[in-house]
Ligand binder design. Sequence first.
Ligand SMILES: Nc1ncnc2c1ncn2[C@@H]1O[C@H](COP(=O)(O)OP(=O)(O)O)[C@@H](O)[C@H]1O
Ligand SMILES: [Mg+2]
Length: 471
Amino acid sequence: MTLGKKENESSAPANDIVLRLLIVDDDLDNLALMRQVFENEPVEVFVTGDTSEGLDLFRTKRPQIVTLALLMPQMGGMEMMANILAIDPGVDVILITRHYSTDAAVEAIKKGAYDYLTKPISVARFRETLRELLSHAQLRQHSQELEGEMIDAFQFEGMIGRSPLMLDLFRKINRVARHFRTILLIGETGTGKELAAKALHRLGPRPTSPFITANCSAWAESLLETELFGCVKGAFTGATQDRKGVFEYANGGTLFLDEIGDMPVSSQSKLLRVLQNQEIQRVGSPIVHKVDVRVIAASSRDLHVMVAENKFRQDLYYRLSMMEIQVPRLADRREDLPLLERYMVHSFAVQSNKQIRGLTRRAQAVLSRYSWPGNVRELENVIGHGCIMAEGGIIDIHNLPEYLRILQHSATVDAGEKEIVSLMEMTQRYTREVVDRIHNKAQAAHLLGISRTKLYRLLSKKQIGESDKIG
Ligand SMILES: Nc1ncnc2c1ncn2[C@@H]1O[C@H](COP(=O)(O)OP(=O)(O)O)[C@@H](O)[C@H]1O
Ligand SMILES: [Mg+2]
């Protein structure tokens, strides 16, 4: 049953959203009152006295607001609210009761109710609540549209970026995707190598074929080969049955070999053979299988240096590096930060149905000063943390993780009364200062973008100035 429907009053902009309201109450007096409340409001109203019909209406009409009587014969309002919020946690539910109880009100709000009203309902208050909700809903819709347009313009296969380095990466991916058989992606952890690999796969000739990921650092040497090539029953203790490896699973498609620098040298020669002949042998089997697999290898370590140190086979490196793509560090493309921040806030807001507009300028300034050793993945974690902690729809400095909050004042860190000191000494001083300020060496190392070992080394060194004086 639909009543009080008023669409697009002449003064309202054409793209204004229609607010839909569902009322579930077995009290007819109350329904009559509602009719009066909505007489002059641009709201589409659905009413029912039956809870299961109410749930059906909810599913089909998708109202943004639901009012429920707390006590109904078939299903209590609290239970019905739980059902509704499980379908769509963004809905505003108002519970209505005849007998006010603080406990019930607190419980309702805790469980996600927007408001809790007692009969007889004050029409003025209800209308006010409704207007509030309407303007929220419109604001949300509006800002999501704007953000959406903005982000779409700088999106490439799920990767966000507008910096010259990223635009260059997008162009490269576009150029090589149709032609590669093997590609090497080099970049620090969290820079988006896996995203780039997926983009290469999707833009390649067989986008619907399998894309399989294997992480070379996740397996012990003996297990890695079984993981890659499969094994036959009895090949080793524990091999109780024949098993396919990832090369077979990826047949016809793409295999993403992550952290290839961690692959033991002995397995590297076997991988090279596969790349050359497109043939694999399961561990323990003499039989050779033909496979047709494109391989994208990724590494956060510098393979060139590893070759020089005899930790990576030169022939495999040459084979892989014929098409090598660098994925830039976030610190080298800070101009992407505002866009990434907006994109992430937007996706968290949609995911969690929480209204978050963005970051305060102060919080943005803090993020722009940071070195981002964990790259985009770390930024994602920071924004996620901020969205959870944010109150009032905006992420401020105090919603950021503690290790970043100290950067609030770091613009004023000076190098010491204008004296000129060596870079090493300045490094040591600054390291000490950071450790003194945050009292946590692991966090300090993370913040400085160095390993803990290196931090300890810097802290344990005598001040260069001191030893010079003595000498
Ligand atoms: N340019 C980007 N735009 C949006 N999200 C990104 C971008 N680069 C990385 N991410 C996100 O950051 C996280 C880490 O990316 P990933 O591809 O796993 O990095 P890597 O493989 O280099 O460690 C993922 O959640 C990914 O979605
Ligand atoms: Mg990765």
